[in-house]
Design a protein around this ligand. Structure first.
Ligand code: HEM
Ligand code: MTE
Ligand code: MO
Length: 475
C-alpha cells in the first residue's frame, strides 16, 4: 500500500527485542511481529530474525513456503524498505542475487548455483557454440570482478610471488588462440541414473560445448615468473574468486607436464569466441586446459600455485574421480582413485531427438551428432546403427555447413575440438520403430563401452556408453 511509511534497514534493526518491539523484513516489506511472537508455532526461535530479514531463516525452514504463512505475515505489515535498501537486502540474503542474466532457451538443471545446458537439438547446428548457449556449470555464486583492480597472483616459485594485472596479462605475453571443447565429467549423467541412482545434477547430452579461446599461454606466464624446467614441482594449482559462505574458494590442479608442454596449449584465457569472457564463463580470466575435464578449467582465476602437491580442494580430492560399479557411499575411499584429468572418448546423437517421430516421406533419414576424445586424441571414425547395434554405417565427419575448421585436420596430439558428424541413410519402408546408436573411435583406437552398467559409478561421471535414441518413423 502506498500510504505505508518507508524505513531504513537501520531503523528496522533497532526493533530487535520484545521490549523495543520485534520488526522483520521480507521481500522489501517491513513487519512488526511483536504480537505474533507468542503465537508462533515454531516457538521463540522467531526472535533470531528480530531486526533483520526473514529470508535466510525461511530458506532453512521450508515449512514457511506456504500461502497461509504469508497471509499471517501480511497482517503485520507496517512499512516498506526504500528501493535501494531493498536491493541491498536482497543481495545480502541471496548470495546468487548478483548472478548474470541468462538465455531462456537453456535447459536449467539447477538455478542456484546456475547449471544449464543448451537444447540438444541446436547443439550441433554450429561448430562453434555461441557463448550464450555454451553449457554453464557453476558450483557457487558468480563473483563480480572489477577488471581495473583484478590481480592474478602466482605463488610457489623460487623467485617469489608475482602479481599480474589484466593489462599485464594482455600486453606482456603473446596472445594465443585455441579452439577447444569443454566437457563436464557429469555429461550424460541422466543415462547413468537410469541404470541405478547416482548423486549429482541430471545432465543430458549437452554438458559439452566448443569455443574459440584466446589469452596468454600458462607456459609463457610461468616461465616469466621464474619456473625452471626440471624442477621438483609436479602440479599447478588454480584458485577461483567464487566462494561459499565460509570463504572456501573453488580450486583444482593439473599436472605440471601438461601446464608446461609446448604442445599442451593451456591458456589463461581472457576471450571467448572473439569477445571478452562472459561472466558465467569466468570473466575476466579463466584457465582453459584443452583435452582435460571441465572441472580443471578454473574460472574467475585469482591464484596459481606451482607445487609438489595437487590442489587440496574438495573438487580435486573428493569429487571428479571414477570408481568401480561395486563401490558405494559406505565403501568409497577417495584416496584410492586419481583425479580425472583427460576424459575418455565420447559421442552422442543430437538429431533426431530421443522419443521423437520422424517423417520419412523422402525415403531417407539424416542422423547428426558430436564426437570428441580427451588428451588431444583425434576422433577418426563414428559408427552409426539404425537397428540397435546389429549393423553399422560410417558417418561423415565435419560436414559442409560446419565450417573450415572442422574439415581441417588438427596437429597430431592436439585435437582439442569436437567433430560434428552426420549420416543420411535410406529407410526401409516397413520400419516403424528405430533404435539409432552411435559410437566413436579415437586415434588410439579407444572405443566407447556398449552399455552404461559396467561403467556405472556412484557419482555418475565418465558416462560414455554408446548413445541410443529411439524414434518412431511415420510415412
Ligand atoms: C513453523 C510462521 C518466523 C522457525 C511456523 C508455522 C507458521 C510460522 C505459521 C507453522 C507452519 C505449518 O506447520 O504449516 C512464521 C511467521 C514468521 C516466522 C509468520 C515471521 C513473522 C520464523 C523464524 C524461524 C521460524 C524467524 C526460525 C528462526 C519455525 C520452525 C517451525 C515454524 C522451526 C516449525 C515448527 C514445527 O513444525 O515444529 N512458522 N514463522 N519461524 N517456524 Fe516460523
Ligand atoms: N571454476 C570455478 N572457479 N568455479 C566453478 O564452479 N566449475 C568447473 C569449471 N571451472 C567451476 C570452475 C566445472 S565442473 C566445469 S564443467 C567447467 O568450469 C564449466 O565451464 P563453463 O561453465 O564455462 O561451461
Ligand atoms: Mo564439471
Amino acid at each position: 500500500s502506498p500510504s505505508l511509511p518507508v524505513y531504513t534497514q537501520e531503523e528496522v534493526a533497532k526493533h530487535c527485542s520484545l521490549a523495543e518491539g520485534v520488526w522483520v523484513t521480507y521481500k522489501g516489506g517491513v513487519y512488526d511481529i511483536t504480537e505474533f511472537v507468542a503465537l508462533h508455532p515454531g516457538g521463540e526461535k522467531i526472535l533470531l530474525a528480530a531486526g533483520g530479514a526473514l529470508e535466510p531463516f525461511w530458506a532453512l525452514y521450508a515449512v514457511h513456503n506456504q500461502g497461509h504463512v504469508l497471509e499471517i505475515l501480511s497482517e503485520y505489515k507496517v512499512g516498506e524498505l526504500s528501493p535501494e535498501e531493498r536491493e541491498q537486502a536482497d543481495s545480502a540474503t541471496d548470495p546468487y542475487a548478483d548472478d548474470p542474466p541468462r538465455h531462456p532457451a537453456l535447459r536449467v538443471n539447477s538455478q542456484k548455483p546456475f547449471n544449464a545446458e543448451p537444447p540438444s537439438e541446436i547443439l550441433t547446428d554450429t561448430y562453434i557454440t555461441p557463448s550464450a548457449f555454451f553449457f554453464k556449470r557453476n558450483h557457487l555464486p558468480v563473483p563480480r570482478v572489477d577488471p581495473g583492480t583484478y590481480r592474478l597472483e602466482i605463488q610457489g616459485l623460487p623467485k617469489g610471488p608475482v602479481s599480474l594485472s589484466l593489462a599485464d596479462l594482455k600486453s606482456n605475453f603473446p596472445k594465443h588462440t585455441v579452439t577447444a571443447t569443454l566437457q563436464c565429467a557429469g555429461n550424460r549423467r541422466l543415462e547413468m541414473n537410469q541404470v541405478k541412482q547416482v548423486k549429482g545434477l541430471n545432465w543430458g547430452i549437452a554438458a559439452i560445448s566448443n569455443a574459440t579461446w584466446a589469452g596468454a599461454r600458462l607456459r609463457d606466464v610461468l616461465l616469466e615468473a621464474g619456473y625452471k624446467p626440471g624442477s621438483k614441482f609436479q602440479h599447478v594449482q588454480f584458485e577461483g574468486l567464487d566462494h561459499d559462505v565460509t570463504g572456501t574458494t573453488y580450486g583444482a590442479s593439473i599436472p605440471i607436464r601438461k601446464a608446461m608442454s609446448e604442445e599442451g596449449d593451456v591458456l589463461l584465457a581472457y576471450e571467448m569466441n572473439g569477445e571478452e569472457l562472459p561472466r558465467d564463463h569466468g570473466y575476466p580470466v579463466r584457465v582453459v586446459v584443452p583435452g582435460t575435464v571441465g572441472a580443471r578449467n578454473v574460472k574467475w582465476l585469482a591464484k596459481i600455485v606451482v607445487s609438489e602437491e595437487e590442489s587440496s580442494s574438495h573438487w580435486q580430492q573428493n569429487d571428479y574421480k571414477g570408481f568401480s560399479p561395486g563401490t558405494d557411499w559406505d565403501t568409497v575411499d577417495y584416496k584410492s582413485a586419481p583425479a580425472i584429468q583427460e576424459l575418455p572418448v565420447q559421442s552422442a546423437i543430437t538429431q533426431p531427438a530421443q522419443g521423437s517421430t520422424v517423417s520419412c516421406s523422402k525415403g531417407e533419414l539424416t542422423v547428426k551428432g558430436y564426437a570428441w576424445s580427451g588428451g588431444g586424441r583425434e576422433v577418426i571414425r563414428v559408427d552409426v546403427s539404425l537397428d540397435g547395434g546389429k549393423t553399422w554405417n560410417v558417418a561423415t565427419l565435419g560436414g559442409a555447413e560446419e565450417g573450415q575448421e572442422a574439415a581441417t585436420s588438427p596437429p597430431p596430439g592436439r585435437a582439442w575440438a569436437w567433430k560434428l558428424w552426420e549420416l543420411t541413410v535410406p529407410l526401409p519402408a516397413e520400419t516403424q520403430e528405430l533404435e539409432i546408436v552411435c559410437k566413436a573411435v579415437d586415434n588410439s583406437y579407444n572405443v566407447q563401452p556398449d552399455t552404461m552398467a559396467p561403467v556405472w559409478n556412484l557419482r555418475g561421471v565418465l558416462s560414455n556408453a554408446w548413445h541410443r535414441v529411439k524414434v518412431t518413423v511415420r510415412k
